[in-house]
Design a protein around this ligand. Structure first.
Ligand code: C2E
Ligand code: MG
Ligand code: MG
Length: 728
């Protein structure tokens, strides 16, 4: 650190942050309490001693001189100490019962003022020195100032820092003045100058916030004291009033020893000043850092970093508090869950930065529209609000219009689910879940942007909760089954593959199709449990068939995008195929097109890894999303499974046939096997064959069913297994 900067820091000339300033202020107020209490006790003791002296001895005409030399100083210091104590107590503890003490200070100071006016007016005719006059003036002015601040204290309700600091200066000044007067007397008597030294130390303890001010005060006071005692040259002519010395007559010289001691004392008090300041400063900085970290932590714990609005932690605690208040009008309150439909496509098209901007703007719109309500970002493009029921639909429409106006080439639409809490509801998370559930039911329903959670949804919601809570039991109790649906070759209609489709055979709900549990398991990141079970069942079925000498064809298994995040698919498949001794070409991997549109590198790698490990990778539901062609460009597949929506329009929509034809043509050019799903009629099958589609799957051949049923159909001759696999 440069010398100049270091010097500035040591002497306290540098700039201090508001926090450090306040830290010094409070430290000063704390030491003021100690110092003022000591001063008050001392002065009361001294006054009591003096009063006793007056009564015990007949001092007659010298009484006035006694009062002049001592009483005024004691009174002044007592009132300064009391005033300081009152200000410090107010600053630190907000102590406000100060009226009577302030009046006492006013009376004390007033008596000093009256006495000093008398002394000043009589000064011309007396034999007093200029030093005496200065002392009268000092006592007079200090007392007037104290009266003023006592009045301020009585009138002023609110603490003002500069008031307390002024009082501290006055108090310090009174202490030093007292120290000088007393010690000059003691010195003249040949006694120690302890009062002066004590008062200097008092003041250093008080004036810690700027060493240079301390230097100044100390140096001036040492100078004055030195000047005063160096004037005393002869103690033999001292006139004494019961041990009290008249300084006009007292004279004593200053030896070298006294000079050196004085200098050393001055120097050490200065160093003490710096040490005290540095210690308090570093403590202040440490506290400031800690405070900053705490503020930051408490901020990020309740605010969403991206949008700046509150996060779910805050939402949950606050809404639960509100739910628990008896005063909350639950009847007229509602939980809203909002979702921006197609946000993912927007993100994909314009990138994350633009996506984030959109989220920030949306958060701002929602926050402003629901000012005064509890608004938070739930996650991704989801927001939650706890607000009044009245007018909420109108506000949602307002937001919906604004979001719609922000759209570019990607269509954006606000979807909002609402849940009215019941009288006994206390769980905010559950309320949000219900609102979210209502919101999800209107997704992909164009122009329908608001839905209340009602009785109809309640049953569905219960099932969803049941799924999440029971997936582990379902797996361990073998409720999860695999139904197989044949995939046939268009050449001869023989089975060349089986798609493994999950079913949940539940004792309470019966046979559940995947549509009733896949999305929920994905939402709660539990899908890997199901898919691992399916993989194991398929491998086990293969082994059983092989052991029983029955034919088996390659089975394709559906994977969720999340599977690739939640477990090592290649490793798991490897361990299962090894455990059940399944050749790798008997397991195909189906990944749905929408899973791949997120442009995540790790998915590309996973697809490559699967292929290099020997598995065929199929692109499922081709044509169902927005970026079908991009997916084809970015990933390498073996089979292209054309979405059934192309066939569903077949016959009624003239464009369906040419589109299908072109897709099949494209597949051929890319050297992929083409497969069309959803084949329900002979006519459709014929058409597929005519355009050169390699494989077909659909109800025409068989609905998905347990493997036993399939074997029966084969035995009955309703289905035929491809020659390639028949004898395996
Ligand atoms: P998907 O992979 O596209 O499966 C084809 C779906 O179309 C199956 O529905 C099947 O029953 C149905 N389907 C087949 N032929 C026809 C037809 O001719 N007409 C009509 N209308 N439908 C037909 P399912 O079994 O309900 O499965 C639905 C979706 O659930 C599957 O679509 C797949 O994406 C997912 N899924 C199924 N099993 C699993 C699984 O084990 N894991 C994962 N992650 N997803 C699975
Ligand atoms: Mg599939
Ligand atoms: Mg499909």
């Amino acid at each position: 650190m440069p010398v100049k900067k270091k010097l500035m820091q040591l002497t306290g000339v540098n700039k201090q942050s508001p926090y450090v300033k306040n830290h010094f202020y409070l430290t000063n107020m704390k030491s003021s309490i100690y110092m003022s209490v000591i001063v008050i006790v001392l002065e009361i003791w001294m006054i009591e001693r003096m009063i006793r002296t007056i009564f015990e001895k007949d001092l007659g005409s010298k009484l006035e001189s006694l009062i002049e030399s001592y009483f005024s100083n004691y009174f002044m210091l007592l009132s300064a100490g009391t005033l300081m104590l009152l200000f410090a107590l107010r600053a630190l503890f907000n102590f406000r019962k100060t009226r009577w003490l302030a009046i006492a200070v006013i009376l004390l100071s007033l008596s000093v003022v009256v006495f000093e006016i008398r002394m000043i007016t009589q000064f011309g005719g007396s034999s007093k020195s200029t030093a005496d006059l200065i002392n009268y003036l000092i006592l007079f002015s200090a007392s007037v100032v104290m009266i003023c601040f006592s009045v301020v204290l009585m009138l002023d309700r609110k603490e003002k820092k500069w008031h307390s600091l002024c009082v501290m200066y006055v108090f310090s000044f009174c202490c030093i003045n007292f120290g000088i007067i007393m010690s000059v007397h003691s010195f003249a008597k040949g006694d120690q100058i302890l009062t002066f030294l004590t008062m200097e130390l008092f003041v250093i303890c008080l004036l810690i916030w700027r060493p240079w001010i301390g230097f100044l005060v100390l140096t001036v006071s040492y100078g004055v004291f030195y000047y005063r005692i160096s004037g005393i040259i002869d103690i033999s002519t001292v006139e004494r009033i019961d041990g009290i010395i008249d300084l006009n007559t007292a004279r004593i010289g200053l030896g070298d020893g006294v000079k050196i001691n004085g200098f050393t004392m001055w120097l050490s008090t200065l160093l003490f000043c710096i040490a005290n300041y540095s210690r308090t400063m570093s403590q202040g900085l440490k506290d400031e850092n800690l405070e900053q970290v705490n503020t930051y932590l408490s901020k990020i714990s309740i605010f969403d970093e991206l949008t700046g609005i509150h996060n779910m932690v805050h939402f949950r605690t606050e809404s639960e508090k509100m739910l628990s208040y008896v005063t909350t009008d639950k009847e007229n309150s509602v939980f809203l869950f909002m979702d921006i439909e197609n946000f993912k496509s927007y993100n994909e098209k314009y990138g994350f930065t633009e996506g984030n901007e959109l989220l920030k703007k949306t958060a701002k719109i929602i926050d402003e529209t629901f000012t005064g309500s509890l608004v938070s970002r739930f996650s991704d493009d989801h927001f939650v609000v706890y607000t009044k029921l009245d007018g909420c639909k109108e506000k949602i429409s307002e937001i919906s219009v604004k979001i719609h106006n922000m759209q570019r080439e990607v269509h954006l639409e606000l979807k909002c689910g609402a849940y009215k809490p019941a009288e006994n509801d206390t769980d905010a998370s559950l309320a949000c879940d219900r609102a979210r559930f209502a919101c999800n039911t209107i997704k992909k329903h164009y122009h329908n942007h608001f839905r209340f959670y009602d009785k109809k949804l309640e049953e569905k919601f219960r099932l969803k909760q049941y799924i999440v809570n029971n997936i582990d039991t379902a797996i361990s109790n073998d409720y999860i089954k695999v139904f197989y649906q044949p995939i046939v070759s268009t050449k001869d209609g023989s089975i060349c593959g089986l798609e493994a489709l999950a079913r949940w055979n539940d004792p309470k709900y019966g046979l559940l199709p995947p549509g009733m549990f896949i999305d929920t398991l994905e939402e709660y990141r539990q899908i890997h449990k199901l898919d691992q079970t399916i993989i194991e069942i398929v491998c086990r079925d293969y082994r059983q068939a092989a052991d029983e000498g029955k034919p088996f064809v390659p089975a394709s298994i559906n994977f969720s995008r999340l599977d690739f995040e939640l477990f090592n698919v290649v490793e798991f498949l490897g361990s299962m195929t090894e455990k059940y001794r399944v050749p790798k070409n008997f397991i195909d991997v189906e990944i749905t097109e929408s899973a791949l549109t997120d442009q995540q590198d790790f998915l590309q790698k996973s697809v490559d890894n699967l292929r290099s490990a020997g598995y065929k990778v199929w692109l499922d539901d081709f044509g169902s999303g927005y970026s079908s062609l991009n997916v084809l460009k970015d990933y390498q597949f073996d089979v292209l499974k054309i979405d059934m929506k192309f066939l569903s329009g077949f016959g009624s929509n003239d464009k369906a046939a040419p589109i299908l034809k072109n897709i099949v043509e494209l597949t051929r050019q890319l050297d992929l096997v083409s497969l069309t799903e959803g084949v329900e009629t002979e006519q459709q099958f014929e058409f597929l064959r005519s355009i050169g589609c390699n494989r077909a799957q659909g109800y025409l051949f068989s609905k998905p069913c347990p493997k036993e049923e399939l074997y029966e159909k084969v035995t009955e001759g309703k289905l035929k297994i491809s020659e390639e696999y028949e004898n395996k």
